[in-house]
Design a protein around this ligand. Sequence first.
Ligand SMILES: [Zn+2]
Length: 138
Amino acid sequence: MDDNNYKKLLDNAFNKLPKLSTEISDFKIPVVDSIIQGSKTTIRNLATIADKARRDQNDIAKYLSKEFGVPVNIEDQRLVLNSKFQPTELNKKIEKFFNTYVICKECHKPDSHLENAGRGMLTFVCEACGARYGIKSY
Ligand SMILES: [Zn+2]
């Protein structure tokens, strides 16, 4: 194979790489859509929040349960919290979740995943810039 062919091959391979999902400019932390019913609060757009974060719905549930110190339930893609919470409180926590566990502190992009590092720690892995750093588990 000559150099030209090799370069073409590389170009093709590069073009086939999956595109990273979002650019910082159009990434917005989702706004919670919630409703208080009796003594419970339901987050109606749990699926959207989880999709945006590229995290499991159970991860969001676990995080909010710990942050608020209340039991939670996932019912039909909605998250039911066992207490009353105003939208501002919920949005604050969701923003904190994204800023800590989703958005890279180095390049500020949301293309990331978490690895379990044991002993209550996670390794944040940025797929955009390659940064890796330890953060406390939730
Ligand atoms: Zn990064």
